[in-house]
Design a protein around this ligand. Structure first.
Ligand code: TYD
Ligand code: MG
Length: 467
């Protein structure tokens, strides 16, 4: 019999190390390594011989499916993010920072589903029954038939869920509080969290109940984050948002039963989360269109266009090494745009600090934002405001060429709907609408764009030399 060995597992990403180290080689986080017993979670400790397997019944693909495969909440933004509702027999993970609104949205979903006559069980391991009731009252959900339990032990939860009629949806809030008798390590460790989640997934598959698992994103240390169970569940949604802003974005990062690029947008109010069906209006709400350095990006989130303002500040630096700071966009991508501006457009930024911000705490992942970012940067550097009725989109390549992006017609349609009348877009864009109420300028390369904004490249160099 092999000697039982412990492993050192990163609580952030799950990387296994053979010895304790201060910094995880997998994700670069410090002090996240915890010693755990790998066998603890499998229940096959030393001295136990594996039991002989028994054959399971094989079936065909074309069998009966008893119920509608999905249960829709009627909260359209939530249904959109899940790809059309919770799938029976599946496990969904909802991750996010503590306090972002995970319990709130799930209580609202539970109430909505319960009103439709579904059997919903809400298991809270974080809050006492009284606290959950208080929230439910605030959300106007107290009169529904949502069944509530405050429990953290996996075996007890499973016994509870298995009793009586099968629940249509069970919410486990949160996976970090789960602990199982079969795992030796402390609650919140990777082994415990994985064991608990595994048991819940097994329950979902066996009974056909939909399971929603809540996972807190942990900044540091001893608690396992939701990432360590992402591979096990059927869908992963992250709740994002900025504490300073009211709205929250539910972003799909994995979905075995639907698209992965959808977002649901909510606004946090004193009565819970409200759906935002037209996010562009929200993101463009506080726009100051007269100042240099602002460009409106016509983006896409899944099947839905979203307009958002890109803000840049380019100012002479007082430091030896100029600062580059980005909020809401990829820092590496900003460096790339700056390099292309320097190399191909004669825009020198070596003596300038560059700050880039996506308005309202929104986060852009699309490369199509390159053109809007470049426009905002050039506009700020030149001190020239861009036309306030113009939207920008297109991908910039390292050669300075502007590449077409998908969904041109949809982006233009949304812009027109919101009162924009011009667009700057890549040349050779496909599906340009005919006879639309918008005019557009097709850009072949980044120097063309710079010339358009600054009047001429020379004028821009002049500004650069002046300071
Ligand atoms: P919560 O759902 O408890 O967060 P999580 O489960 O992700 O940790 O949300 C907590 C925050 O939401 C808290 O800061 C209070 C705020 N909130 C409202 O603004 N309005 C409401 O109606 C509710 C229920 C919460
Ligand atoms: Mg909570």
């Amino acid at each position: 019999m092999a000697k039982a060995r412990t492993q050192f597992i990163c609580q952030n990403c799950g990387t296994v190390h053979t010895r304790w180290v201060g910094k995880c080689e997998g994700c670069g986080q410090w002090n996240t390594i915890v010693e755990e017993d790998p066998m603890g979670g499998i229940g096959a400790g030393p001295g136990r011989t594996p039991k002989k397997g028994r054959p399971v019944a094989l079936t065909t693909l074309s069998g009966e499916i008893e119920d509608a495969p999905r249960i829709t909440t009627g909260i359209s933004e939530l249904d959109r993010a899940t790809g059309g509702g919770f799938v029976r027999g599946s496990a969904v993970l909802i991750g996010g920072d503590p306090g972002i609104g995970k319990s709130t949205v799930l209580m609202q979903a539970a109430a909505a589903l319960s009103r439709q006559g579904h059997r919903i069980i809400y298991v809270s391991g974080e809050e006492a029954v009284a606290q959950v009731r208080l929230r439910a009252q605030r959300l106007g959900a107290a009169d529904t038939d949502v069944l509530l339990a405050a429990e953290t032990n996996v075996e007890d939860i499973l016994a509870t869920l298995g009793e009586g009629k099968r629940p249509d949806l069970a919410i486990i809030d949160s996976i970090q509080t789960l602990w199982s008798d079969t795992a030796d390590s402390a609650p919140g460790t990777v082994t415990q969290v994985r064991t608990g989640v595994q048991a819940m997934i097994r329950f979902a598959k066996q009974t056909g109940a939909a399971i929603v698992l809540v996972g807190h994103v942990t900044k540091e240390g001893q608690i396992a984050g939701p990432r360590v169970v992402e591979h096990m569940v059927d869908a992963v949604l992250y709740f994002e948002g900025d504490r300073g802003h009211h709205y929250r974005i539910l972003r799909t990062v994995k979905n075995r039963f639907g698209p992965t690029d959808e977002i649901g947008v909510f606004e946090m109010s004193d009565k819970g989360l409200r759906e935002v069906t037209n996010p562009s209006e929200l993101f463009l709400g506080e726009r100051n269109s007269k100042s240099p350095g602002a460009a409106v990006f016509a983006g896409m989130e899944g099947t839905r266009p979203v307009l958002v303002e890109v803000q840049a500040l380019v100012a002479p630096t007082s430091l030896g090494t100029p600062r580059r700071a980005v909020v809401g966009w990829d820092g590496a991508r900003l460096s790339m745009i700056l390099a292309v501006l320097e190399a191909h457009c004669g825009v020198r930024l070596g003596q300038h600090d560059v700050y880039l911000n996506i308005a309202g705490g929104y986060r852009i992942t699309e490369p199509a934002a390159d053109l809007a970012v470049a426009s905002a940067l050039v506009s700020s550097l030149a001190g020239l405001a861009l036309p306030s009725d113009c939207v920008y989109f297109g991908e910039v390549s390292l050669s300075g060429a502007i590449r077409p992006v998908a969904h041109t017609a949809q982006r233009l349609k949304e812009a027109e709907k919101l009162g924009f009348s011009q667009a700057v877009l890549p040349s050779a864009s496909a599906d340009l609408p005919k006879g639309a109420g918008m005019s557009w300028a097709e850009m072949e390369s980044l120097p063309d764009l710079v010339a358009r904004i600054a009047g001429s490249k020379a004028a821009l160099r002049q500004t650069d030399d002046d300071d």
